[in-house]
Ligand binder design. Structure first.
Ligand code: KG4
Length: 432
Protein backbone atom coordinates (compact mmCIF):
# COMPACT_ATOMS: atom_id res chain seq x y z
CA UNK A 1 0.00 0.00 0.00
CA UNK A 2 2.87 2.33 0.80
CA UNK A 3 4.29 1.65 -2.59
CA UNK A 4 0.99 2.47 -4.23
CA UNK A 5 0.93 5.77 -2.40
CA UNK A 6 4.50 6.49 -3.44
CA UNK A 7 3.77 5.61 -7.04
CA UNK A 8 0.64 7.74 -7.02
CA UNK A 9 2.67 10.65 -5.75
CA UNK A 10 5.41 10.47 -8.34
CA UNK A 11 2.92 9.80 -11.10
CA UNK A 12 0.89 12.86 -10.15
CA UNK A 13 -1.01 14.51 -13.04
CA UNK A 14 1.10 17.65 -13.07
CA UNK A 15 4.15 15.55 -13.83
CA UNK A 16 3.13 13.17 -16.56
CA UNK A 17 -0.52 12.34 -16.10
CA UNK A 18 -0.15 8.67 -15.34
CA UNK A 19 -2.23 7.08 -12.65
CA UNK A 20 -1.85 3.96 -10.59
CA UNK A 21 -5.22 2.43 -11.20
CA UNK A 22 -4.98 -0.91 -9.48
CA UNK A 23 -2.77 -3.28 -7.57
CA UNK A 24 -3.35 -7.01 -7.34
CA UNK A 25 -0.86 -9.62 -6.15
CA UNK A 26 2.02 -7.18 -6.41
CA UNK A 27 1.06 -6.28 -9.94
CA UNK A 28 0.69 -2.55 -10.43
CA UNK A 29 -1.52 -1.12 -13.14
CA UNK A 30 -0.48 2.25 -14.39
CA UNK A 31 -2.59 4.10 -16.87
CA UNK A 32 -3.13 7.48 -18.43
CA UNK A 33 -6.62 7.82 -16.97
CA UNK A 34 -7.86 7.77 -13.41
CA UNK A 35 -10.24 4.93 -14.05
CA UNK A 36 -9.77 2.06 -16.44
CA UNK A 37 -13.46 1.60 -16.84
CA UNK A 38 -15.04 2.03 -20.20
CA UNK A 39 -12.05 3.70 -21.74
CA UNK A 40 -10.67 3.22 -25.19
CA UNK A 41 -7.07 4.25 -25.15
CA UNK A 42 -4.97 4.06 -28.23
CA UNK A 43 -1.96 1.88 -27.64
CA UNK A 44 -0.14 4.05 -30.17
CA UNK A 45 -0.38 7.09 -27.97
CA UNK A 46 -0.04 5.62 -24.59
CA UNK A 47 2.50 2.88 -24.59
CA UNK A 48 5.40 4.59 -26.34
CA UNK A 49 4.93 7.45 -23.91
CA UNK A 50 5.14 5.16 -20.93
CA UNK A 51 8.20 3.49 -22.41
CA UNK A 52 9.88 6.77 -23.04
CA UNK A 53 9.08 8.29 -19.68
CA UNK A 54 9.82 5.31 -17.56
CA UNK A 55 12.44 3.33 -19.38
CA UNK A 56 13.89 5.30 -22.25
CA UNK A 57 14.10 3.41 -25.51
CA UNK A 58 14.84 -0.01 -23.99
CA UNK A 59 11.99 -0.98 -21.69
CA UNK A 60 13.14 -2.65 -18.51
CA UNK A 61 10.33 -5.11 -18.34
CA UNK A 62 6.96 -4.04 -19.43
CA UNK A 63 3.95 -6.12 -20.28
CA UNK A 64 1.88 -4.36 -22.85
CA UNK A 65 -1.28 -5.85 -24.13
CA UNK A 66 -3.08 -6.60 -20.91
CA UNK A 67 -6.16 -8.45 -22.05
CA UNK A 68 -8.77 -6.21 -20.57
CA UNK A 69 -7.00 -2.91 -21.12
CA UNK A 70 -4.58 -3.13 -24.01
CA UNK A 71 -2.67 0.00 -23.06
CA UNK A 72 -2.38 -0.73 -19.34
CA UNK A 73 1.13 -1.32 -18.11
CA UNK A 74 1.78 -4.06 -15.62
CA UNK A 75 4.72 -3.64 -13.36
CA UNK A 76 5.57 -6.89 -11.62
CA UNK A 77 7.22 -7.30 -8.22
CA UNK A 78 8.22 -4.82 -5.56
CA UNK A 79 11.94 -4.50 -6.48
CA UNK A 80 10.96 -3.55 -9.98
CA UNK A 81 8.57 -0.95 -8.68
CA UNK A 82 11.44 0.54 -6.71
CA UNK A 83 13.57 0.72 -9.85
CA UNK A 84 10.69 2.41 -11.64
CA UNK A 85 10.21 4.89 -8.81
CA UNK A 86 13.86 5.81 -9.08
CA UNK A 87 13.59 6.32 -12.83
CA UNK A 88 10.45 8.40 -12.54
CA UNK A 89 12.08 10.59 -9.91
CA UNK A 90 15.00 11.11 -12.25
CA UNK A 91 12.59 11.89 -15.08
CA UNK A 92 10.89 14.52 -12.93
CA UNK A 93 14.14 16.43 -12.87
CA UNK A 94 14.16 16.61 -16.67
CA UNK A 95 12.69 19.76 -18.18
CA UNK A 96 9.79 19.55 -20.63
CA UNK A 97 11.14 20.86 -23.92
CA UNK A 98 8.80 21.23 -26.88
CA UNK A 99 9.71 22.11 -30.43
CA UNK A 100 6.69 23.48 -32.31
CA UNK A 101 6.14 23.98 -36.03
CA UNK A 102 3.58 26.30 -37.64
CA UNK A 103 2.93 26.21 -41.38
CA UNK A 104 -0.79 26.85 -41.84
CA UNK A 105 -0.56 29.66 -44.38
CA UNK A 106 2.39 31.65 -45.68
CA UNK A 107 4.65 31.84 -42.62
CA UNK A 108 7.04 29.01 -41.75
CA UNK A 109 7.71 29.21 -38.06
CA UNK A 110 9.42 27.12 -35.37
CA UNK A 111 9.66 27.75 -31.64
CA UNK A 112 11.17 26.07 -28.61
CA UNK A 113 9.64 26.22 -25.15
CA UNK A 114 11.22 24.83 -21.97
CA UNK A 115 9.09 24.30 -18.88
CA UNK A 116 6.64 26.93 -20.11
CA UNK A 117 9.25 29.57 -20.95
CA UNK A 118 9.74 30.46 -24.60
CA UNK A 119 13.36 30.10 -25.67
CA UNK A 120 13.10 30.91 -29.38
CA UNK A 121 10.55 31.81 -32.03
CA UNK A 122 11.79 31.98 -35.61
CA UNK A 123 9.59 32.86 -38.59
CA UNK A 124 10.31 32.99 -42.32
CA UNK A 125 7.67 35.03 -44.13
CA UNK A 126 7.03 34.43 -47.81
CA UNK A 127 7.42 37.48 -50.06
CA UNK A 128 6.64 35.45 -53.17
CA UNK A 129 2.88 36.16 -52.88
CA UNK A 130 3.13 39.95 -52.98
CA UNK A 131 3.05 40.21 -56.76
CA UNK A 132 -0.12 38.08 -56.94
CA UNK A 133 -2.15 40.15 -54.45
CA UNK A 134 -2.91 37.15 -52.25
CA UNK A 135 -1.48 33.84 -51.05
CA UNK A 136 -0.96 31.29 -53.86
CA UNK A 137 -1.33 27.89 -52.12
CA UNK A 138 1.06 25.93 -54.34
CA UNK A 139 3.80 28.55 -54.00
CA UNK A 140 3.23 28.60 -50.24
CA UNK A 141 3.76 24.83 -49.94
CA UNK A 142 6.97 24.99 -51.96
CA UNK A 143 8.31 27.87 -49.89
CA UNK A 144 7.49 25.95 -46.68
CA UNK A 145 9.52 23.01 -48.01
CA UNK A 146 12.50 25.28 -48.56
CA UNK A 147 12.13 27.07 -45.23
CA UNK A 148 11.17 24.41 -42.73
CA UNK A 149 14.60 22.85 -42.16
CA UNK A 150 16.59 26.10 -41.72
CA UNK A 151 13.82 27.61 -39.59
CA UNK A 152 13.73 24.61 -37.23
CA UNK A 153 17.50 24.48 -37.13
CA UNK A 154 17.74 28.17 -36.25
CA UNK A 155 15.04 27.86 -33.57
CA UNK A 156 16.94 25.01 -31.89
CA UNK A 157 20.26 26.86 -32.11
CA UNK A 158 18.82 30.08 -30.69
CA UNK A 159 17.25 28.11 -27.87
CA UNK A 160 20.55 26.35 -27.20
CA UNK A 161 18.73 23.02 -27.32
CA UNK A 162 19.93 19.80 -28.89
CA UNK A 163 17.48 17.54 -30.73
CA UNK A 164 18.09 14.77 -28.20
CA UNK A 165 16.71 16.96 -25.40
CA UNK A 166 13.30 17.53 -26.98
CA UNK A 167 10.37 15.93 -25.11
CA UNK A 168 7.74 16.27 -27.86
CA UNK A 169 7.00 17.91 -31.21
CA UNK A 170 4.01 20.23 -31.46
CA UNK A 171 2.59 21.08 -34.87
CA UNK A 172 -0.33 22.93 -36.41
CA UNK A 173 -2.76 20.34 -37.74
CA UNK A 174 -5.32 22.85 -39.04
CA UNK A 175 -7.21 24.84 -40.11
CA UNK A 176 -5.25 26.31 -42.98
CA UNK A 177 -4.03 25.60 -46.49
CA UNK A 178 -3.80 21.86 -46.90
CA UNK A 179 -0.54 21.84 -48.87
CA UNK A 180 1.13 24.16 -46.36
CA UNK A 181 -0.10 22.13 -43.40
CA UNK A 182 1.16 18.93 -45.05
CA UNK A 183 4.72 20.24 -45.06
CA UNK A 184 4.73 21.09 -41.35
CA UNK A 185 2.84 17.95 -40.36
CA UNK A 186 5.12 15.64 -42.34
CA UNK A 187 8.23 17.29 -40.96
CA UNK A 188 6.92 17.03 -37.39
CA UNK A 189 6.03 13.37 -37.85
CA UNK A 190 9.39 12.48 -39.37
CA UNK A 191 11.29 14.20 -36.58
CA UNK A 192 9.12 12.71 -33.82
CA UNK A 193 9.52 9.25 -35.29
CA UNK A 194 13.28 9.53 -35.64
CA UNK A 195 13.69 10.86 -32.10
CA UNK A 196 11.19 8.41 -30.59
CA UNK A 197 9.16 11.18 -28.96
CA UNK A 198 5.45 11.95 -29.01
CA UNK A 199 3.57 14.29 -31.29
CA UNK A 200 1.17 16.98 -30.08
CA UNK A 201 -1.32 18.38 -32.56
CA UNK A 202 -2.50 21.97 -32.18
CA UNK A 203 -5.54 23.73 -33.58
CA UNK A 204 -4.27 26.94 -35.15
CA UNK A 205 -7.16 29.03 -33.81
CA UNK A 206 -6.68 27.73 -30.29
CA UNK A 207 -3.03 28.63 -30.72
CA UNK A 208 -3.94 32.26 -31.45
CA UNK A 209 -6.01 32.43 -28.25
CA UNK A 210 -3.31 30.71 -26.20
CA UNK A 211 -0.69 33.16 -27.49
CA UNK A 212 -1.75 35.14 -24.43
CA UNK A 213 -0.09 32.55 -22.21
CA UNK A 214 3.29 32.60 -23.96
CA UNK A 215 5.85 33.51 -21.34
CA UNK A 216 9.30 34.90 -21.94
CA UNK A 217 10.03 34.65 -18.25
CA UNK A 218 9.77 38.40 -17.66
CA UNK A 219 8.65 39.67 -14.27
CA UNK A 220 5.96 42.06 -15.57
CA UNK A 221 4.08 39.53 -17.73
CA UNK A 222 0.28 39.35 -17.44
CA UNK A 223 -1.85 36.44 -18.57
CA UNK A 224 -5.65 36.40 -18.80
CA UNK A 225 -7.74 34.89 -16.05
CA UNK A 226 -10.46 32.37 -16.94
CA UNK A 227 -13.11 32.92 -18.09
CA UNK A 228 -12.27 35.62 -20.58
CA UNK A 229 -13.47 36.72 -23.99
CA UNK A 230 -11.05 36.68 -26.88
CA UNK A 231 -11.67 38.65 -30.04
CA UNK A 232 -9.95 36.51 -32.65
CA UNK A 233 -9.44 38.56 -35.80
CA UNK A 234 -7.33 37.46 -38.74
CA UNK A 235 -7.44 37.19 -42.51
CA UNK A 236 -9.79 34.23 -42.30
CA UNK A 237 -11.61 34.66 -38.98
CA UNK A 238 -13.52 37.20 -36.94
CA UNK A 239 -14.81 35.52 -33.84
CA UNK A 240 -15.68 36.20 -30.26
CA UNK A 241 -14.47 33.24 -28.25
CA UNK A 242 -15.53 32.48 -24.71
CA UNK A 243 -12.47 30.91 -23.11
CA UNK A 244 -13.33 28.96 -19.95
CA UNK A 245 -10.02 27.09 -19.77
CA UNK A 246 -7.07 26.43 -22.05
CA UNK A 247 -8.96 23.44 -23.45
CA UNK A 248 -12.50 24.75 -23.16
CA UNK A 249 -13.32 27.38 -25.79
CA UNK A 250 -16.62 28.26 -27.39
CA UNK A 251 -17.25 30.55 -30.35
CA UNK A 252 -20.19 32.72 -29.31
CA UNK A 253 -20.14 34.99 -32.36
CA UNK A 254 -18.44 35.03 -35.74
CA UNK A 255 -18.54 36.61 -39.15
CA UNK A 256 -21.25 35.41 -41.47
CA UNK A 257 -19.26 36.47 -44.54
CA UNK A 258 -15.87 38.22 -44.80
CA UNK A 259 -13.35 38.37 -41.96
CA UNK A 260 -12.09 41.72 -40.69
CA UNK A 261 -8.63 41.14 -42.20
CA UNK A 262 -10.21 40.18 -45.49
CA UNK A 263 -12.20 43.44 -45.47
CA UNK A 264 -8.99 45.40 -44.89
CA UNK A 265 -7.17 43.50 -47.63
CA UNK A 266 -9.98 43.81 -50.20
CA UNK A 267 -10.53 47.53 -49.57
CA UNK A 268 -6.78 48.08 -49.74
CA UNK A 269 -6.70 46.31 -53.10
CA UNK A 270 -9.32 48.62 -54.63
CA UNK A 271 -7.20 51.58 -53.46
CA UNK A 272 -4.23 50.04 -55.28
CA UNK A 273 -2.31 49.16 -52.10
CA UNK A 274 -0.05 46.06 -52.00
CA UNK A 275 -1.03 42.75 -50.37
CA UNK A 276 -1.62 42.27 -47.48
CA UNK A 277 -3.40 45.59 -47.26
CA UNK A 278 -4.17 45.65 -43.52
CA UNK A 279 -0.76 46.94 -42.39
CA UNK A 280 -0.77 49.56 -45.22
CA UNK A 281 -4.16 50.87 -44.17
CA UNK A 282 -2.93 51.04 -40.57
CA UNK A 283 0.16 53.03 -41.63
CA UNK A 284 -1.69 55.47 -43.90
CA UNK A 285 -4.54 55.93 -41.40
CA UNK A 286 -2.12 57.53 -38.94
CA UNK A 287 -2.06 60.66 -41.17
CA UNK A 288 -5.82 60.70 -41.85
CA UNK A 289 -9.08 61.92 -40.35
CA UNK A 290 -11.19 58.96 -39.13
CA UNK A 291 -14.38 61.06 -39.04
CA UNK A 292 -14.17 62.33 -42.62
CA UNK A 293 -16.13 59.54 -44.37
CA UNK A 294 -18.96 57.34 -43.12
CA UNK A 295 -19.38 53.76 -44.30
CA UNK A 296 -22.20 51.33 -43.67
CA UNK A 297 -22.22 49.21 -40.54
CA UNK A 298 -24.08 45.89 -40.21
CA UNK A 299 -27.11 45.49 -38.03
CA UNK A 300 -26.99 41.84 -36.99
CA UNK A 301 -28.58 40.28 -33.94
CA UNK A 302 -26.48 38.46 -31.35
CA UNK A 303 -22.69 38.50 -31.46
CA UNK A 304 -22.17 37.77 -35.15
CA UNK A 305 -20.23 40.00 -37.50
CA UNK A 306 -20.53 40.91 -41.15
CA UNK A 307 -18.01 42.84 -43.23
CA UNK A 308 -19.16 42.27 -46.81
CA UNK A 309 -21.60 45.23 -46.66
CA UNK A 310 -18.81 47.54 -45.55
CA UNK A 311 -16.58 46.30 -48.37
CA UNK A 312 -19.33 46.89 -50.95
CA UNK A 313 -20.23 50.33 -49.63
CA UNK A 314 -16.53 51.28 -49.70
CA UNK A 315 -16.25 50.06 -53.28
CA UNK A 316 -19.36 51.99 -54.47
CA UNK A 317 -18.26 55.08 -52.61
CA UNK A 318 -14.91 55.04 -54.44
CA UNK A 319 -16.54 54.29 -57.80
CA UNK A 320 -18.96 57.23 -57.46
CA UNK A 321 -16.28 59.66 -56.39
CA UNK A 322 -13.78 58.50 -59.01
CA UNK A 323 -16.33 59.37 -61.71
CA UNK A 324 -16.19 63.01 -60.67
CA UNK A 325 -12.56 63.10 -59.66
CA UNK A 326 -10.11 60.50 -61.07
CA UNK A 327 -7.55 61.51 -58.40
CA UNK A 328 -10.02 60.96 -55.56
CA UNK A 329 -8.16 58.01 -54.04
CA UNK A 330 -4.74 59.60 -54.33
CA UNK A 331 -5.91 62.88 -52.82
CA UNK A 332 -7.86 61.29 -49.94
CA UNK A 333 -5.96 58.08 -49.24
CA UNK A 334 -5.10 58.81 -45.62
CA UNK A 335 -8.66 59.90 -44.75
CA UNK A 336 -10.12 56.90 -46.58
CA UNK A 337 -7.85 54.53 -44.64
CA UNK A 338 -8.53 56.21 -41.30
CA UNK A 339 -12.32 56.22 -41.84
CA UNK A 340 -12.40 52.62 -43.02
CA UNK A 341 -10.22 51.50 -40.12
CA UNK A 342 -12.42 53.32 -37.61
CA UNK A 343 -15.53 51.63 -39.05
CA UNK A 344 -13.97 48.15 -38.77
CA UNK A 345 -12.78 48.79 -35.21
CA UNK A 346 -16.18 50.20 -34.16
CA UNK A 347 -17.95 47.12 -35.54
CA UNK A 348 -15.56 44.77 -33.74
CA UNK A 349 -15.68 46.55 -30.40
CA UNK A 350 -19.45 47.02 -30.32
CA UNK A 351 -20.17 43.29 -30.40
CA UNK A 352 -17.38 42.49 -28.01
CA UNK A 353 -18.79 44.98 -25.52
CA UNK A 354 -22.26 43.49 -25.92
CA UNK A 355 -20.97 39.96 -25.28
CA UNK A 356 -18.90 41.03 -22.27
CA UNK A 357 -21.84 42.91 -20.79
CA UNK A 358 -24.35 40.12 -21.37
CA UNK A 359 -22.04 37.45 -19.93
CA UNK A 360 -20.69 39.65 -17.14
CA UNK A 361 -17.08 39.02 -18.17
CA UNK A 362 -14.48 41.57 -17.24
CA UNK A 363 -11.40 40.10 -18.91
CA UNK A 364 -11.08 40.65 -22.67
CA UNK A 365 -8.26 39.77 -25.04
CA UNK A 366 -7.53 40.26 -28.71
CA UNK A 367 -5.64 37.84 -30.95
CA UNK A 368 -4.85 37.11 -34.62
CA UNK A 369 -3.19 39.08 -37.38
CA UNK A 370 -5.56 42.06 -37.20
CA UNK A 371 -4.71 42.51 -33.51
CA UNK A 372 -1.55 44.20 -34.82
CA UNK A 373 -3.77 47.08 -35.92
CA UNK A 374 -2.90 50.19 -33.93
CA UNK A 375 -6.46 51.59 -33.81
CA UNK A 376 -7.82 48.26 -32.55
CA UNK A 377 -5.10 48.08 -29.89
CA UNK A 378 -5.93 51.63 -28.83
CA UNK A 379 -9.64 50.76 -28.72
CA UNK A 380 -8.81 47.89 -26.35
CA UNK A 381 -6.85 50.19 -24.06
CA UNK A 382 -9.77 52.66 -24.03
CA UNK A 383 -12.21 49.81 -23.44
CA UNK A 384 -10.24 48.85 -20.33
CA UNK A 385 -10.31 52.39 -19.00
CA UNK A 386 -13.95 53.02 -19.79
CA UNK A 387 -15.39 49.77 -18.46
CA UNK A 388 -12.71 49.08 -15.85
CA UNK A 389 -11.95 45.84 -17.62
CA UNK A 390 -8.73 43.84 -17.72
CA UNK A 391 -7.55 43.89 -21.32
CA UNK A 392 -4.88 41.73 -22.89
CA UNK A 393 -3.13 42.81 -26.08
CA UNK A 394 -0.44 40.45 -27.42
CA UNK A 395 3.07 41.62 -28.31
CA UNK A 396 3.36 42.23 -32.08
CA UNK A 397 5.44 39.10 -32.57
CA UNK A 398 2.52 36.90 -31.42
CA UNK A 399 -0.19 38.57 -33.49
CA UNK A 400 0.48 37.10 -36.94
CA UNK A 401 1.08 33.39 -37.45
CA UNK A 402 3.90 32.19 -35.21
CA UNK A 403 5.09 28.94 -33.65
CA UNK A 404 5.39 30.42 -30.13
CA UNK A 405 1.63 30.16 -29.70
CA UNK A 406 1.68 26.60 -31.07
CA UNK A 407 4.45 25.70 -28.63
CA UNK A 408 2.44 27.14 -25.74
CA UNK A 409 -0.69 25.19 -26.73
CA UNK A 410 1.41 22.03 -27.17
CA UNK A 411 2.95 22.57 -23.74
CA UNK A 412 -0.52 22.63 -22.13
CA UNK A 413 -1.50 19.50 -24.03
CA UNK A 414 1.73 17.70 -23.19
CA UNK A 415 1.13 18.26 -19.50
CA UNK A 416 -2.37 16.89 -19.90
CA UNK A 417 -1.01 13.83 -21.73
CA UNK A 418 -2.83 14.69 -24.95
CA UNK A 419 -0.82 13.20 -27.78
CA UNK A 420 -1.69 12.41 -31.33
CA UNK A 421 -1.06 9.31 -33.41
CA UNK A 422 1.75 9.23 -35.92
CA UNK A 423 -0.72 8.76 -38.79
CA UNK A 424 -2.53 12.05 -38.07
CA UNK A 425 -3.41 13.96 -41.24
CA UNK A 426 -3.85 17.73 -41.43
CA UNK A 427 -7.26 19.28 -41.92
CA UNK A 428 -8.08 22.39 -43.91
CA UNK A 429 -11.17 23.35 -41.92
CA UNK A 430 -12.12 22.92 -38.33
CA UNK A 431 -13.82 24.71 -35.47
CA UNK A 432 -12.09 25.55 -32.23
O1 KG4 B 1 -3.55 35.81 -38.47
P1 KG4 B 1 -2.96 36.20 -39.77
O2 KG4 B 1 -1.50 36.47 -39.78
O3 KG4 B 1 -3.17 35.09 -40.82
C1 KG4 B 1 -4.26 34.68 -41.52
O4 KG4 B 1 -5.41 34.96 -41.21
O5 KG4 B 1 -3.94 33.97 -42.47
O6 KG4 B 1 -3.75 37.47 -40.29
C2 KG4 B 1 -3.46 38.13 -41.48
C3 KG4 B 1 -4.39 39.29 -41.61
C4 KG4 B 1 -4.34 39.95 -42.98
O7 KG4 B 1 -5.65 40.13 -43.44
C5 KG4 B 1 -3.65 41.27 -42.70
O8 KG4 B 1 -4.05 42.30 -43.58
C6 KG4 B 1 -4.12 41.55 -41.30
O9 KG4 B 1 -4.07 40.31 -40.66
N1 KG4 B 1 -3.25 42.53 -40.63
C7 KG4 B 1 -3.64 43.76 -40.29
C8 KG4 B 1 -2.52 44.38 -39.68
N2 KG4 B 1 -1.50 43.49 -39.68
C9 KG4 B 1 -1.96 42.36 -40.26
N3 KG4 B 1 -4.82 44.38 -40.44
C10 KG4 B 1 -4.91 45.65 -39.99
N4 KG4 B 1 -3.88 46.31 -39.43
C11 KG4 B 1 -2.69 45.73 -39.25
N5 KG4 B 1 -1.68 46.39 -38.66
Amino acid sequence: MLLIAALRQVLSPDVCKFYVTDCKDNVFFVNTQKSTEGMALSADNCCPMLHKHLFGKAPYRLDIGHQRHPSTMRICSIPKVLVILHRIRKHRMKPIIILAIESSCDDTSAAVIRDGILLSNVTASQRVHEEYGGVVPELASRAHQQNVLPVVDTALKRAGVDKSEISAIGFTRGPGLLGSLLVGTSFAKGLALSLGIPLVEVNHLQGHVLAHFVSEGKADERHPEFPFLCLLVSGGNSQIVLVRAWNDMQIIGQTIDDAAGEAFDKCAKVMGLPYPGGPWIDRLAKEGNPERFQFSKPNLQGYDYSFSGLKTSFLYFLRDNLRENPDFIEKNKADLCASLQKTVVDILMKKLRKAAKDLGINHVAVAGGVSANSALREAFVNYGKRYRAEVYIPPFSYTTDNAAMIAQAAYFKYQAGEFCPIDAVPFARTEL
